[in-house]
Structures are given as C-alpha cells and as structure tokens.
Design a protein around this ligand. Structure first.
Ligand code: KE4
Length: 431
C-alpha cells in the first residue's frame, strides 16, 4: 500500500498542489496530507492503514458519520435507477419540501451542486431582485470562490475589496464592501453612505471560516433592521451552519433571540447533500420568482438536483430530523469542548473553545475572538503544534486555524474520551 508521502508526490505531478481543494494540502499546518482510503462511522483510515477519529467530516456534510446504513441504502437504490437525467424528478420536490418544512423563511428554493454556486447565485438573485449592484460581506467570512465574494479587504469602514486571489479584476470587486464582523459602528456608517445602492448583505451567522466566531444578537438585530430600512436583502450563508448547529440552522437560533427575525435569502450546502454534491439557495416566493424560467435572473446547472445526490440528502435529513438527534449531538459536542478546555486549563495553556449543535471551534487565546483581527492575533503556531500532536495520536482535526470542527452522531462517548486523553498529552508537550 503506497504511503501518504508517495501518494502526495504522485498527486502533485498531475494535480496542482496535489489536491482538489487548497485546504486539504496541509500547507497551513505543514506536513504530509493523509490520503484517505475509507471512512466508517466516526473514523477515517489513511493509505497506510492508520485510523483517525474524524472531526472534519468532509468539512461538515458527514453529520451522521461515514457509511450510515440508511443513507447508503438510499444511494444504492437511486444509483440503480439512474445517475442523472437532466429532467425533473419527484425526489427534488421531496427534498425541497423537506428543507422548506424545516426553514420557515424559505418558501421556495433552487438546487445547485456546490455552496459556491449557491452563494454566487444568491448574490446574482439579490442584485436582480433589487436592481442594485453593491453588496456587503464581512471580513473572515467565506462564501465560496465566486469572484465577487473572494474578497478580503483591510479592516475599517466599508472599503473597496482588494481581491485575495489573482485573476479577480478590480472592476469585479468594485461593488463588494467588506466590513468587520460584529462591528456595529461600521454597519451604521456603511448603510448611511451606501444604503440605497446595497443589493444585499451576506453573512455567515456563525463564522466557521474563521474557526468559530458568533455574530452577536445585537449585531444581527442591527443588520436585519438596517437591511429592512434600506430595502437591502439579508443573505444568510448557512452552507456550514444549516442543519448543523440546529435542525432549523443558525437562523432558528436568531429567530428565538430576536423577535420576528428572518433572513431574506438562505444558502445551504454540505449537510443537505449528505456528502454528495448538492447545495441550494431559497427565500420568499416573490424573490425566487425573479429566477429563470419565471424571471430575468438566469441560473442553471446540468447536475442540479441530481437524483443520487437528492437521495443522499433526503436520507440524511430524515435521520437528523428524528426526535432528540440534535440534543444528543449537542451534548456530545459540548462534552468534547468542555473536556478540551479542562485539559488545557490543567496544563496551564491559554485556550478557549465554543460549540453549537455539532459544530465547534477553539483558539489558543485568553478569550473568544469576536472578529477576524482577533482571530489573527491568536497563537497560530501553538494551534499547528496541537494539530500535529493530535494527528500523531489518531485524532484528525481541521488542518487550519481558520476552520471549524464537526462532531457526528457516530462519535461515541468513548471516542470523545479517547480524544480528550490525546489532548491531555498534546497540551503537556513542551511549547
Ligand atoms: P463549496 O463550494 O466548497 O461547496 O461551498 C463553499 C462555502 C460557502 N459558504 C460557506 C459558509 C462555506 O463554509 C463554504 C465551504 N467551506 C469550506 C471549508 N471552510 C469547504 C472546504 C474546502 O474549501 O475545501
């Protein structure tokens, strides 16, 4: 069996960086990426037969763990009926109905094949529905790699984006205004200056793409109020948080805390595909009526609503909607986070952690960051050492400081205990 290193060297000869998504290359943490041979339950096995407790879960989709029998049965049955038709199927309607039943703010939705495609389409829809060009995003939030969203500007008042990626011309990001997450003053100032020109504000309600940073209720309430006052659409990017932090997504948590709260457009992915390429964006009937073939906003996709992916997603949603699922998942994740904090405290290591539902994050810092600059100020070197100390002990955490972690329903109390035992040793390692 080839080693991870030999597989990595071979992959790099034919695939840029040896990976099909940059974060997989371990460049943030160093070392050799693990080439995964298979997954089962809470575990992954790499090409060398090494088993890991998996806290990435394919970056969120695998909320049931790998190889859930009901999901595999649904996928096998769908495969036998055909891989793709390019024509409508009943199961697309079933999955749309299932999602809409769980998310009151969504009356209609459209399936696509990735979170990027869903986020990109949501922005185009917001611009088409409002006839406006400018959009707000927040520093540290990631909404996929569509040009207009691949922007990271300096802090400070809404500024013209400076693309972090080559190939994104200035004219494409001219209308992308980047604000500091949780910064009420910047929000007020931006709407005061640009309000009538703002098509939408897109936000990760819990920012998993800067590890784990919550938008405060005050900030979210203000964002909602300013969007409503200026006719700007509030776009909730729930690709990561949807059906992960709660059955109704992060928006269900804000709706419980803020009277009448609801986003105008929601973006979903990851969990709703159960590990297959499937994402969606949705909103009110009026907004969604702007989409072709009904309205002037064009959006399309050869594999959108793919029959195998919808079977996988539907089976996954069916399982997570069972009574008690999220209570159990939340309790398991909270036990992990509390145990990590206790182990770090015992070792005298500055460490903070947080979780919601089956999503968690942690920082080597004295307190939880509230925005991207604070995340940047945490101890990244210590994070990287901890990552490798855990990997060496068979615990696979996200290989980057700016990523969240995920617990599945397959993670047992013994898996959490084994993780905490490894963490106690890792925290004790000399800095
Ligand atoms: P995809 O195009 O990767 O399916 O989704 C893009 C996306 C959109 N919105 C949010 C909030 C997301 O987290 C993502 C994708 N997340 C990353 C990990 N943080 C996917 C992993 C990767 O890039 O390989």
């Amino acid at each position: 069996m080839d080693s991870n290193q030999s597989l990595f060297e071979r992959a790099q000869r034919v695939i840029p960086g040896g990976v099909n998504s940059p974060v997989r290359a371990f460049r943030a943490v160093g070392g050799t990426p693990r080439f995964i041979a298979r997954g089962q339950g809470a575990y992954l096995w790499d090409a060398q037969g090494q088993r890991y407790i998996d806290y990435i879960g394919s970056w969120g989709p695998m909320i049931l763990g790998h190889g859930h029998p009901a999901v595999l049965a649904a996928v096998h049955a769908a495969v036998d009926d055909g891989l793709s038709f390019g024509a409508p199927t009943e199961r697309e309607t079933e999955l749309a109905e299932a999602i809409i039943a769980l998310v009151p703010s969504v009356e209609q939705l459209r399936f696509v094949s990735s979170g990027t495609e869903a986020g990109m389409s949501a922005i185009r829809l917001a611009r088409g529905a409002t006839g406006r060009a400018k959009i707000i995003k927040f520093e540290g939030c990631y909404h996929g790699h569509a040009d207009a969203l691949l922007v990271k500007a300096g802090s400070g008042l809404a500024t013209f984006g400076h693309p972090t990626s080559a190939g994104v011309p200035p004219e494409v990001v001219r209308d992308t205004l980047v604000l500091e997450y949780n910064n009420l003053d910047q929000l007020e100032a931006c709407f005061a200056e640009h309000g009538p020109a703002l098509a939408c504000a897109i936000i990760e309600p819990i920012a998993g793409n800067m590890n784990f940073v919550r938008a405060s209720n005050a900030f979210m309430a203000k964002l909602r109020a300013l969007c409503s006052a200026h006719g700007t659409l509030l776009v909730f990017d729930e690709v990561m948080t949807g059906f992960r932090v709660a059955l109704g997504g992060a928006q269900s948590l804000y709706a419980a805390a803020i009277a009448g709260f609801a986003p105008d457009i929601s973006v979903f992915g990851k969990v709703i595909g159960g590990g297959m390429p499937l994402a969606a964006f949705g909103g009110s009937r009026d907004v969604m009526a702007q989409l072709a073939p009904l309205g002037p906003v064009y959006q399309a996709g050869t594999l959108s609503g793919n029959p195998v992916a919808t079977a996988c997603g539907l089976a996954t949603l069916h399982e997570i909607a069972r009574p008690g699922f999220f209570d159990a998942l939340s309790a398991r994740t909270q036990a992990l986070v509390a145990g990590l904090s206790a182990a770090a405290a015992q070792a005298g290591v500055p460490f903070v952690a947080d979780s919601q539902g089956g999503m968690f994050g942690f920082f080597f810092a004295p307190e939880l960051p509230q925005h991207y600059p604070a995340v940047l100020a945490t101890d990244k070197a210590r994070f990287n050492r901890f990552f490798h100390a855990m990997l060496a002990r068979g615990v696979y955490l996200a290989p980057a400081l700016y990523e969240a972690g995920f617990v599945s329903a397959a993670h047992s109390a013994d898996d959490i205990a084994a993780t905490l035992a490894a963490a106690r040793q890792a925290f004790a390692e000399p800095a």
